[in-house]
Ligand binder design. Structure first.
Ligand code: ZN
Length: 398
């Protein structure tokens, strides 16, 4: 397990990725780009196009994609990290590294709620959030960007608390509802203070996930008006369809589908979003680690399930875990665009898939084979130890 201090950067470095067989953009409006080469400078995308038209001079690093697909690094919108690459929930080490092997390059904390002895008093929860933010900003497990430090709101917090948290670098709230604030009006007031000071919010939607958590129904979700409707398909216990539909229709916030949720409800959300023309609001998470465990392949499993069962083009399903999340969550990754973070996953159809290529195999419900990951222009892993083997893998030329 290679941990990396964030101070080690790719500054001054140039990377060229050539011979890309399929370039996915992460953008629903145009999910497939007509290009075979991506150039990276200083950890960011500097050019996208045809190899013969691009400047490949002075290339320090060259990767031959070998005809595989290049996809923006996957974003898990809903994780519960604790400390480094350890989760006490299932007492596992190395879960983040394992998720990197499932194509995840960025994770967003929905609260460090599994921390043993988690403080619930206001000064304690603020201290813990700031500690988590600092800890994961300093040390990236296997290079994965873990955006952590997400306090769970408790009764008694005042606007000054949110201002102080924001000034200290906290950018996300943990799931509303996991603490003592479970009513709409209080949640709405605190979410409003958080938003005013630049902190994004999410909410625990549905029945209790584990002993100690509670029910958050449609009325509370709509009243709280968090930026993300966290696990709209339940975590695991989903709301009735009529309430889920109301959330799709009456809110304009992100609709987060998680792996550790109700699968039937996930399909209902997707079909409703399709019918209402709001697929741009669909984002994906795992909600791992959880009672259901850690799913290193959770995000690609949801992509393959939604694409195959809900009959959605695979390139569209990939947008949910890339560009959609980046836009709804204001991240600088997730899209194949000049200036964005050079976070990539190389994928191909798995060996012996019934599908002829990556997109067809996902449409048939197979998981993609991952051949390499890149974060900030630096190779972080090669052939995945967790996915079915990719038919083709990229090669580091120099
Ligand atoms: Zn939850």
């Amino acid at each position: 397990m290679a941990h990396e201090e964030i101070t080690k950067t790719s500054r001054g470095m140039k990377l060229v990725i050539r011979n890309i067989g399929l370039l996915l953009s992460g953008d629903l409006k145009k999910p497939i780009l007509d290009a075979d080469t991506v150039v990276v400078r200083d950890g960011r995308i500097s050019a996208i196009g045809k190899e013969k038209e691009l400047d490949a001079e002075g290339t320090a690093n060259l990767i031959d994609a070998n005809g595989t697909a290049l996809v923006p690094g996957l974003i898990d919108s809903h994780v519960h990290p604790v400390a480094g690459d350890w989760t006490p929930r299932q007492n596992q080490f190395g879960w983040i590294d394992s998720c990197l092997h499932g194509g995840v390059t960025t994770m967003i904390s929905a609260g460090e709620v599994h921390t043993p002895g988690r403080p619930k008093d206001v000064v304690g929860l603020k201290a813990m959030a700031i500690t988590a933010q600092r800890s994961f900003a300093t040390l990236r497990p296997s290079g994965v960007k873990v955006l952590a430090g997400a306090p769970v709101i408790e009764q008694g917090m005042v606007e000054e608390d949110f201002k102080m948290l924001a000034e200290a670098g906290v950018k996300f709230l943990g799931e509303v509802g996991l603490g003592s604030v479970k009513d709409g009006p209080t949640a709405r007031q605190m979410v409003g203070w958080a938003r005013k000071h630049g902190i994004q919010s999410t909410i625990h939607t549905g029945g209790p996930s584990i002993p100690g958590s509670g029910l958050i129904d449609r009325d509370v979700v709509l009243a709280a008006d968090t930026d993300v409707i966290g696990h709209i398909n339940g975590g695991h216990t989903a709301l009735p369809d009529v309430q889920i539909r109301a959330l799709c229709e009456q809110s304009e916030r992100a609709l987060e589908i998680v792996h550790n949720g109700n699968e039937r409800a996930a399909l209902f959300v997707l079909r409703t979003a399709k019918e209402l023309g709001i697929l741009h609001r669909v984002i994906l998470g795992t909600d791992a680690p959880a009672g259901s465990g850690v799913q290193p392949l959770g995000i690609i499993r949801v992509i393959a399930a939604l694409s195959s069962i809900a009959e959605l083009p695979a390139e569209v399903a990939f947008c949910f875990a890339t560009g959609n999340t980046a836009r709804m969550r204001n991240l600088d990754c997730g899209l194949m665009e000049v200036g964005r973070s050079a976070d990539f996953v190389f994928m191909d159809a798995p060996q012996h898939s019934a599908g002829k290529n990556l997109l067809e195999s996902v449409r048939f419900g197979d998981l993609p084979g991952i051949g390499m990951t890149v974060i900030d222009g630096v190779v972080r892993s090669e052939r995945s130890r967790n996915t079915p083997p990719a038919a083709r893998v990229p090669q580091i030329v120099k």
